[in-house]
Design a protein around this ligand. Sequence first.
Ligand code: GLY
Ligand code: MN
Ligand code: MN
Length: 436
Amino acid sequence: MLTPEEFARRRGELIEALGPGCAAIVSASPERTRSRDVDYPYRPDTNLLYLTGFAEPESVAVLLPGRAEGPFVLFCRERDPARELWDGKRAGPEGAIAAFGADSAYPIGKLDEFMPVLLKGVDTVHYDLGHYPEFEARLGGWLKRLREQAKERNKAPVQIAALDYHLHEMRLCKGDAELDCMRRSAALAVEAHQQAIGRTRPGMHEYEIEAELIYRFKQGGATESYPSIVASGANACVLHYRDNNARMADGDLLLVDAGCELEGYASDITRTWPVGGRYSAEQRAVYEIVLQAQQAAIGAIEPGVSILDPHRAALDVITRGLRHIGLLKGELAKLVRDQACREFFMHRTSHWLGMDVHDVGDYEADGKPRALEPGMCCTVEPGIYIAPDNDNVPAAFRGIGVRIEDDVAVTPSGHEVLTDALPKDPEQIEALVGSL
Ligand code: GLY
Ligand code: MN
Ligand code: MN
Protein backbone atom coordinates (compact mmCIF):
# COMPACT_ATOMS: atom_id res chain seq x y z
CA MET A 1 0.00 0.00 0.00
CA LEU A 2 1.19 3.51 -0.73
CA THR A 3 1.67 5.51 2.47
CA PRO A 4 0.60 9.10 3.25
CA GLU A 5 4.33 9.89 3.33
CA GLU A 6 4.67 8.73 -0.29
CA PHE A 7 1.86 11.07 -1.40
CA ALA A 8 3.44 13.92 0.61
CA ARG A 9 6.79 13.20 -1.06
CA ARG A 10 5.20 13.42 -4.50
CA ARG A 11 3.49 16.72 -3.69
CA GLY A 12 6.76 18.03 -2.29
CA GLU A 13 8.58 17.11 -5.50
CA LEU A 14 5.97 18.85 -7.65
CA ILE A 15 5.91 21.92 -5.41
CA GLU A 16 9.70 22.11 -5.63
CA ALA A 17 9.58 21.80 -9.43
CA LEU A 18 6.88 24.48 -9.80
CA GLY A 19 8.55 26.98 -7.50
CA PRO A 20 7.16 30.19 -5.97
CA GLY A 21 4.55 32.24 -7.81
CA CYS A 22 2.87 29.11 -9.21
CA ALA A 23 -0.23 27.14 -8.34
CA ALA A 24 -1.21 23.66 -9.48
CA ILE A 25 -4.89 22.82 -9.67
CA VAL A 26 -5.95 19.19 -10.03
CA SER A 27 -9.64 18.44 -10.38
CA ALA A 28 -11.44 15.15 -9.78
CA SER A 29 -12.95 13.58 -12.88
CA PRO A 30 -16.70 14.08 -13.25
CA GLU A 31 -19.09 11.23 -12.57
CA ARG A 32 -20.56 9.80 -15.79
CA THR A 33 -24.09 8.56 -16.36
CA ARG A 34 -24.42 4.98 -17.59
CA SER A 35 -28.18 5.05 -18.04
CA ARG A 36 -30.90 7.27 -16.64
CA ASP A 37 -30.01 7.64 -12.94
CA VAL A 38 -27.23 5.03 -12.80
CA ASP A 39 -23.59 6.09 -13.05
CA TYR A 40 -20.61 4.18 -14.42
CA PRO A 41 -18.32 2.90 -11.64
CA TYR A 42 -16.33 5.96 -10.61
CA ARG A 43 -12.70 6.11 -11.75
CA PRO A 44 -10.81 8.95 -10.02
CA ASP A 45 -8.59 11.26 -12.06
CA THR A 46 -5.13 9.70 -12.20
CA ASN A 47 -3.20 12.89 -11.46
CA LEU A 48 -5.33 13.55 -8.38
CA LEU A 49 -4.91 9.97 -7.22
CA TYR A 50 -1.14 10.14 -7.81
CA LEU A 51 -0.73 13.30 -5.76
CA THR A 52 -3.23 12.71 -2.95
CA GLY A 53 -4.64 9.17 -2.88
CA PHE A 54 -8.02 10.92 -2.54
CA ALA A 55 -10.56 8.98 -4.59
CA GLU A 56 -13.86 10.82 -4.02
CA PRO A 57 -15.66 12.63 -6.83
CA GLU A 58 -16.32 16.38 -6.49
CA SER A 59 -12.89 17.20 -5.14
CA VAL A 60 -10.15 19.63 -6.18
CA ALA A 61 -6.56 19.72 -4.96
CA VAL A 62 -4.63 22.99 -5.05
CA LEU A 63 -0.89 23.16 -4.48
CA LEU A 64 0.46 26.58 -3.60
CA PRO A 65 4.23 26.65 -3.12
CA GLY A 66 5.19 29.00 -0.29
CA ARG A 67 1.65 29.41 1.16
CA ALA A 68 2.01 30.42 4.83
CA GLU A 69 -0.67 27.99 6.08
CA GLY A 70 0.90 25.10 4.11
CA PRO A 71 0.87 24.38 0.38
CA PHE A 72 -1.78 21.64 0.10
CA VAL A 73 -5.43 22.70 -0.05
CA LEU A 74 -8.16 20.14 -0.72
CA PHE A 75 -11.78 20.91 -1.55
CA CYS A 76 -14.14 17.97 -1.08
CA ARG A 77 -17.72 16.98 -0.29
CA GLU A 78 -18.90 17.67 3.25
CA ARG A 79 -19.93 14.87 5.57
CA ASP A 80 -23.66 14.29 5.08
CA PRO A 81 -25.31 11.40 6.97
CA ALA A 82 -28.34 11.41 4.67
CA ARG A 83 -26.22 11.11 1.49
CA GLU A 84 -23.74 8.73 3.13
CA LEU A 85 -26.66 6.42 3.93
CA TRP A 86 -27.18 5.98 0.17
CA ASP A 87 -23.75 6.44 -1.40
CA GLY A 88 -21.23 5.52 1.29
CA LYS A 89 -18.75 7.27 3.48
CA ARG A 90 -17.19 10.65 2.74
CA ALA A 91 -13.98 11.92 4.29
CA GLY A 92 -15.22 15.49 4.58
CA PRO A 93 -12.80 18.38 5.04
CA GLU A 94 -11.92 17.06 8.51
CA GLY A 95 -10.91 13.68 7.04
CA ALA A 96 -9.02 15.39 4.22
CA ILE A 97 -6.77 16.96 6.84
CA ALA A 98 -6.56 14.01 9.25
CA ALA A 99 -6.18 11.15 6.77
CA PHE A 100 -4.92 12.75 3.56
CA GLY A 101 -2.48 15.32 4.89
CA ALA A 102 -4.21 18.46 3.58
CA ASP A 103 -2.94 21.66 5.20
CA SER A 104 -6.37 23.22 4.70
CA ALA A 105 -9.60 21.62 3.52
CA TYR A 106 -12.88 23.26 2.53
CA PRO A 107 -16.31 22.13 1.33
CA ILE A 108 -16.47 21.80 -2.46
CA GLY A 109 -19.43 24.20 -2.39
CA LYS A 110 -16.99 26.98 -1.43
CA LEU A 111 -14.82 26.49 -4.52
CA ASP A 112 -16.05 29.51 -6.51
CA GLU A 113 -15.78 31.74 -3.45
CA PHE A 114 -12.35 30.61 -2.23
CA MET A 115 -10.40 29.94 -5.41
CA PRO A 116 -10.00 33.59 -6.44
CA VAL A 117 -8.69 34.26 -2.92
CA LEU A 118 -6.20 31.40 -3.10
CA LEU A 119 -5.02 32.45 -6.55
CA LYS A 120 -4.42 36.08 -5.60
CA GLY A 121 -0.75 36.91 -6.14
CA VAL A 122 -0.10 33.76 -8.20
CA ASP A 123 1.60 34.32 -11.59
CA THR A 124 1.13 30.98 -13.29
CA VAL A 125 -1.63 28.45 -12.83
CA HIS A 126 -0.67 24.89 -13.85
CA TYR A 127 -3.63 22.82 -14.89
CA ASP A 128 -4.31 19.63 -16.89
CA LEU A 129 -5.49 21.57 -19.95
CA GLY A 130 -8.19 20.23 -22.22
CA HIS A 131 -9.52 17.36 -20.12
CA TYR A 132 -12.42 18.75 -18.15
CA PRO A 133 -14.08 21.55 -20.18
CA GLU A 134 -16.65 22.44 -17.52
CA PHE A 135 -14.02 22.80 -14.83
CA GLU A 136 -11.83 24.78 -17.20
CA ALA A 137 -14.68 27.23 -17.79
CA ARG A 138 -14.93 27.74 -14.02
CA LEU A 139 -11.20 28.31 -13.80
CA GLY A 140 -11.55 30.94 -16.53
CA GLY A 141 -14.30 32.58 -14.46
CA TRP A 142 -12.10 32.79 -11.33
CA LEU A 143 -9.26 34.33 -13.29
CA LYS A 144 -11.64 36.84 -14.87
CA ARG A 145 -13.01 37.82 -11.46
CA LEU A 146 -9.51 38.22 -10.09
CA ARG A 147 -8.46 40.45 -12.96
CA GLU A 148 -11.56 42.57 -12.53
CA GLN A 149 -10.89 42.91 -8.81
CA ALA A 150 -7.16 43.50 -9.10
CA LYS A 151 -6.21 47.12 -8.59
CA GLU A 152 -2.78 46.36 -10.00
CA ARG A 153 -2.68 44.07 -13.02
CA ASN A 154 -0.03 41.81 -11.59
CA LYS A 155 -2.23 40.61 -8.75
CA ALA A 156 -4.03 38.19 -11.05
CA PRO A 157 -2.35 35.17 -12.66
CA VAL A 158 -1.07 36.03 -16.11
CA GLN A 159 -0.41 32.54 -17.42
CA ILE A 160 -2.12 29.19 -17.56
CA ALA A 161 0.38 26.40 -18.14
CA ALA A 162 -0.03 22.70 -18.83
CA LEU A 163 0.51 20.72 -15.66
CA ASP A 164 1.70 17.79 -17.77
CA TYR A 165 5.34 18.57 -18.02
CA HIS A 166 6.54 18.15 -14.43
CA LEU A 167 3.80 15.80 -13.30
CA HIS A 168 4.01 13.44 -16.25
CA GLU A 169 7.79 13.25 -15.94
CA MET A 170 7.34 12.29 -12.29
CA ARG A 171 4.73 9.65 -13.15
CA LEU A 172 6.85 8.21 -15.96
CA CYS A 173 9.78 7.17 -13.72
CA LYS A 174 8.50 4.83 -11.03
CA GLY A 175 10.06 4.72 -7.58
CA ASP A 176 10.42 1.60 -5.43
CA ALA A 177 6.95 1.85 -3.87
CA GLU A 178 5.37 2.17 -7.31
CA LEU A 179 7.39 -0.70 -8.76
CA ASP A 180 6.05 -2.87 -5.94
CA CYS A 181 2.52 -1.94 -7.00
CA MET A 182 3.37 -2.66 -10.64
CA ARG A 183 4.73 -6.09 -9.67
CA ARG A 184 1.58 -6.95 -7.70
CA SER A 185 -0.68 -5.82 -10.53
CA ALA A 186 1.38 -7.86 -13.00
CA ALA A 187 1.31 -10.95 -10.75
CA LEU A 188 -2.48 -10.85 -10.47
CA ALA A 189 -2.88 -10.45 -14.23
CA VAL A 190 -0.54 -13.42 -14.73
CA GLU A 191 -2.78 -15.55 -12.49
CA ALA A 192 -5.87 -14.42 -14.37
CA HIS A 193 -4.32 -15.39 -17.71
CA GLN A 194 -3.20 -18.77 -16.35
CA GLN A 195 -6.77 -19.40 -15.21
CA ALA A 196 -8.18 -18.27 -18.56
CA ILE A 197 -5.81 -20.52 -20.53
CA GLY A 198 -6.53 -23.46 -18.24
CA ARG A 199 -10.30 -23.07 -18.52
CA THR A 200 -10.43 -22.76 -22.33
CA ARG A 201 -12.31 -25.45 -24.18
CA PRO A 202 -13.82 -25.60 -27.70
CA GLY A 203 -17.49 -24.64 -27.74
CA MET A 204 -17.20 -22.00 -25.02
CA HIS A 205 -17.96 -18.37 -25.80
CA GLU A 206 -15.39 -15.60 -25.63
CA TYR A 207 -17.34 -13.93 -22.82
CA GLU A 208 -16.88 -17.01 -20.62
CA ILE A 209 -13.13 -16.45 -20.79
CA GLU A 210 -13.69 -12.75 -20.11
CA ALA A 211 -15.62 -13.84 -17.00
CA GLU A 212 -12.66 -15.95 -15.81
CA LEU A 213 -10.41 -12.90 -16.08
CA ILE A 214 -12.77 -10.55 -14.29
CA TYR A 215 -13.43 -13.16 -11.59
CA ARG A 216 -9.72 -13.47 -10.80
CA PHE A 217 -9.18 -9.70 -10.92
CA LYS A 218 -12.04 -9.13 -8.48
CA GLN A 219 -10.88 -11.95 -6.22
CA GLY A 220 -7.55 -10.18 -6.00
CA GLY A 221 -9.13 -6.82 -5.15
CA ALA A 222 -8.61 -5.32 -8.60
CA THR A 223 -10.64 -4.21 -11.61
CA GLU A 224 -9.88 -4.42 -15.31
CA SER A 225 -7.39 -1.76 -16.39
CA TYR A 226 -9.24 -1.65 -19.76
CA PRO A 227 -12.00 -3.77 -21.29
CA SER A 228 -10.56 -7.24 -21.84
CA ILE A 229 -10.04 -8.26 -25.47
CA VAL A 230 -11.04 -11.91 -25.92
CA ALA A 231 -10.74 -12.55 -29.63
CA SER A 232 -11.01 -15.99 -31.20
CA GLY A 233 -10.26 -16.84 -34.81
CA ALA A 234 -10.21 -13.88 -37.19
CA ASN A 235 -11.53 -11.58 -34.42
CA ALA A 236 -7.89 -11.41 -33.31
CA CYS A 237 -7.21 -9.29 -36.40
CA VAL A 238 -9.36 -6.52 -34.87
CA LEU A 239 -6.76 -4.85 -32.67
CA HIS A 240 -9.13 -3.56 -30.00
CA TYR A 241 -11.90 -6.16 -30.48
CA ARG A 242 -14.66 -5.56 -27.95
CA ASP A 243 -17.63 -7.79 -28.76
CA ASN A 244 -16.31 -10.88 -26.92
CA ASN A 245 -19.40 -12.85 -27.94
CA ALA A 246 -18.27 -15.45 -30.50
CA ARG A 247 -18.30 -19.18 -29.94
CA MET A 248 -14.78 -20.59 -29.96
CA ALA A 249 -14.10 -23.57 -32.20
CA ASP A 250 -11.44 -26.25 -32.12
CA GLY A 251 -8.76 -25.05 -34.54
CA ASP A 252 -9.21 -21.37 -33.62
CA LEU A 253 -6.54 -19.35 -31.94
CA LEU A 254 -7.66 -17.25 -28.99
CA LEU A 255 -5.97 -13.89 -28.44
CA VAL A 256 -6.55 -12.48 -24.97
CA ASP A 257 -5.34 -8.98 -24.13
CA ALA A 258 -6.29 -8.25 -20.51
CA GLY A 259 -4.82 -6.59 -17.47
CA CYS A 260 -5.89 -5.35 -14.10
CA GLU A 261 -5.70 -2.18 -12.08
CA LEU A 262 -4.56 -2.94 -8.56
CA GLU A 263 -4.02 -0.18 -5.99
CA GLY A 264 -4.15 2.27 -8.90
CA TYR A 265 -1.50 0.54 -11.05
CA ALA A 266 -2.17 -1.18 -14.38
CA SER A 267 -0.93 -4.35 -15.97
CA ASP A 268 -1.44 -5.21 -19.63
CA ILE A 269 -0.79 -8.75 -20.91
CA THR A 270 -1.52 -10.57 -24.16
CA ARG A 271 -1.22 -14.26 -24.85
CA THR A 272 -2.47 -16.19 -27.88
CA TRP A 273 -3.31 -19.85 -27.47
CA PRO A 274 -5.02 -22.63 -29.44
CA VAL A 275 -8.60 -23.24 -28.29
CA GLY A 276 -8.22 -26.98 -28.84
CA GLY A 277 -4.78 -27.22 -27.25
CA ARG A 278 -2.61 -27.62 -30.41
CA TYR A 279 -1.31 -24.90 -32.73
CA SER A 280 -1.66 -25.79 -36.43
CA ALA A 281 1.58 -25.69 -38.41
CA GLU A 282 0.72 -22.24 -39.83
CA GLN A 283 -0.41 -20.86 -36.45
CA ARG A 284 2.75 -22.16 -34.84
CA ALA A 285 4.96 -20.65 -37.57
CA VAL A 286 3.38 -17.23 -37.06
CA TYR A 287 3.44 -17.62 -33.27
CA GLU A 288 7.15 -18.39 -33.24
CA ILE A 289 7.98 -15.32 -35.29
CA VAL A 290 6.05 -13.10 -32.87
CA LEU A 291 7.70 -14.81 -29.91
CA GLN A 292 11.19 -14.28 -31.33
CA ALA A 293 10.34 -10.67 -32.13
CA GLN A 294 9.10 -10.11 -28.60
CA GLN A 295 12.18 -11.71 -27.07
CA ALA A 296 14.45 -9.59 -29.29
CA ALA A 297 12.53 -6.44 -28.31
CA ILE A 298 12.69 -7.24 -24.59
CA GLY A 299 16.39 -8.02 -24.94
CA ALA A 300 16.94 -4.54 -26.34
CA ILE A 301 15.65 -2.82 -23.20
CA GLU A 302 18.24 -1.17 -20.97
CA PRO A 303 18.99 2.34 -19.75
CA GLY A 304 20.25 4.66 -22.47
CA VAL A 305 18.70 2.91 -25.50
CA SER A 306 15.78 4.65 -27.16
CA ILE A 307 12.15 3.67 -26.72
CA LEU A 308 12.14 2.94 -30.46
CA ASP A 309 14.96 0.38 -30.25
CA PRO A 310 12.75 -2.49 -29.02
CA HIS A 311 10.33 -1.66 -31.87
CA ARG A 312 13.14 -1.73 -34.42
CA ALA A 313 14.30 -5.10 -33.07
CA ALA A 314 10.76 -6.49 -33.38
CA LEU A 315 10.30 -5.10 -36.90
CA ASP A 316 13.53 -6.72 -38.00
CA VAL A 317 12.58 -10.18 -36.70
CA ILE A 318 9.04 -9.98 -38.06
CA THR A 319 10.17 -8.89 -41.50
CA ARG A 320 12.73 -11.72 -41.68
CA GLY A 321 10.21 -14.21 -40.34
CA LEU A 322 7.42 -13.27 -42.74
CA ARG A 323 9.88 -13.50 -45.62
CA HIS A 324 11.04 -16.89 -44.38
CA ILE A 325 7.50 -18.32 -44.41
CA GLY A 326 6.76 -16.72 -47.77
CA LEU A 327 4.28 -14.03 -46.70
CA LEU A 328 6.67 -11.27 -47.76
CA LYS A 329 8.66 -11.57 -50.94
CA GLY A 330 11.70 -9.70 -52.13
CA GLU A 331 15.09 -8.53 -50.96
CA LEU A 332 15.31 -8.32 -47.16
CA ALA A 333 17.02 -4.94 -47.01
CA LYS A 334 14.36 -3.41 -49.26
CA LEU A 335 11.53 -5.01 -47.26
CA VAL A 336 12.99 -3.53 -44.05
CA ARG A 337 13.54 -0.13 -45.70
CA ASP A 338 9.99 -0.07 -47.07
CA GLN A 339 8.54 -1.29 -43.75
CA ALA A 340 6.77 -3.94 -45.80
CA CYS A 341 5.64 -5.80 -42.70
CA ARG A 342 3.26 -2.94 -41.81
CA GLU A 343 0.51 -4.82 -43.63
CA PHE A 344 0.79 -7.50 -40.91
CA PHE A 345 2.20 -5.54 -37.95
CA MET A 346 0.60 -2.12 -37.94
CA HIS A 347 1.09 -0.89 -34.38
CA ARG A 348 4.00 0.13 -32.19
CA THR A 349 5.73 -2.43 -29.99
CA SER A 350 5.66 -0.44 -26.75
CA HIS A 351 3.73 2.12 -24.77
CA TRP A 352 4.39 3.50 -21.31
CA LEU A 353 2.63 1.65 -18.52
CA GLY A 354 1.76 2.88 -15.05
CA MET A 355 -1.33 4.22 -13.33
CA ASP A 356 -2.91 4.57 -16.79
CA VAL A 357 -2.59 1.61 -19.10
CA HIS A 358 -1.35 3.90 -21.86
CA ASP A 359 0.57 5.91 -19.34
CA VAL A 360 1.71 9.51 -19.54
CA GLY A 361 5.16 10.63 -20.59
CA ASP A 362 6.72 11.97 -23.77
CA TYR A 363 8.01 9.49 -26.35
CA GLU A 364 10.43 12.05 -27.75
CA ALA A 365 12.91 14.45 -26.24
CA ASP A 366 14.61 17.18 -28.28
CA GLY A 367 13.00 15.79 -31.42
CA LYS A 368 14.54 12.33 -30.91
CA PRO A 369 13.06 9.08 -29.57
CA ARG A 370 13.40 9.14 -25.84
CA ALA A 371 16.21 7.31 -24.02
CA LEU A 372 15.08 4.75 -21.45
CA GLU A 373 15.84 5.38 -17.78
CA PRO A 374 15.60 3.13 -14.72
CA GLY A 375 12.06 3.17 -13.31
CA MET A 376 10.32 3.60 -16.65
CA CYS A 377 7.82 0.84 -17.40
CA CYS A 378 6.54 -0.14 -20.81
CA THR A 379 4.83 -2.96 -22.61
CA VAL A 380 6.47 -5.08 -25.31
CA GLU A 381 3.75 -6.32 -27.62
CA PRO A 382 4.58 -7.17 -31.22
CA GLY A 383 1.97 -8.98 -33.28
CA ILE A 384 1.17 -10.41 -36.68
CA TYR A 385 -2.36 -10.08 -38.04
CA ILE A 386 -3.26 -11.71 -41.36
CA ALA A 387 -6.58 -10.37 -42.63
CA PRO A 388 -9.18 -13.07 -43.30
CA ASP A 389 -9.69 -11.66 -46.82
CA ASN A 390 -6.00 -11.44 -47.72
CA ASP A 391 -5.95 -13.35 -51.01
CA ASN A 392 -2.20 -12.90 -51.39
CA VAL A 393 -1.39 -15.48 -48.76
CA PRO A 394 -2.19 -19.22 -48.63
CA ALA A 395 -5.66 -19.88 -47.21
CA ALA A 396 -4.32 -21.63 -44.10
CA PHE A 397 -2.70 -18.36 -42.93
CA ARG A 398 -5.79 -16.18 -43.39
CA GLY A 399 -7.45 -14.91 -40.23
CA ILE A 400 -4.48 -15.72 -37.97
CA GLY A 401 -3.83 -13.01 -35.40
CA VAL A 402 -1.09 -13.38 -32.81
CA ARG A 403 0.11 -10.87 -30.22
CA ILE A 404 2.37 -11.51 -27.24
CA GLU A 405 2.57 -8.75 -24.65
CA ASP A 406 4.57 -8.47 -21.44
CA ASP A 407 5.17 -5.61 -19.00
CA VAL A 408 8.76 -4.53 -18.51
CA ALA A 409 10.47 -2.21 -16.05
CA VAL A 410 13.80 -0.61 -16.93
CA THR A 411 16.34 -1.34 -14.17
CA PRO A 412 19.78 0.22 -13.59
CA SER A 413 21.42 -2.81 -15.20
CA GLY A 414 18.87 -3.73 -17.86
CA HIS A 415 15.26 -4.74 -17.41
CA GLU A 416 12.83 -6.76 -15.31
CA VAL A 417 9.93 -8.54 -17.01
CA LEU A 418 7.12 -7.99 -14.51
CA THR A 419 4.92 -10.62 -16.19
CA ASP A 420 7.67 -13.19 -16.70
CA ALA A 421 5.85 -15.88 -14.71
CA LEU A 422 3.26 -16.34 -17.47
CA PRO A 423 4.41 -18.97 -20.00
CA LYS A 424 4.72 -18.05 -23.64
CA ASP A 425 6.75 -20.97 -24.91
CA PRO A 426 4.34 -22.75 -27.33
CA GLU A 427 4.73 -26.19 -25.73
CA GLN A 428 4.10 -24.82 -22.26
CA ILE A 429 1.04 -22.98 -23.52
CA GLU A 430 -0.32 -26.11 -25.21
CA ALA A 431 0.12 -28.07 -21.97
CA LEU A 432 -1.79 -25.41 -20.04
CA VAL A 433 -4.81 -25.10 -22.38
CA GLY A 434 -7.84 -26.86 -20.90
CA SER A 435 -5.84 -28.15 -17.93
CA LEU A 436 -8.11 -26.65 -15.21
N1 GLY B 1 -4.62 -3.33 -24.16
C1 GLY B 1 -4.31 -2.31 -25.06
C2 GLY B 1 -2.91 -2.34 -25.42
O1 GLY B 1 -2.30 -3.39 -25.38
O2 GLY B 1 -2.33 -1.34 -25.70
MN1 MN C 1 -2.70 -5.00 -24.16
MN1 MN D 1 -0.51 -2.68 -24.36
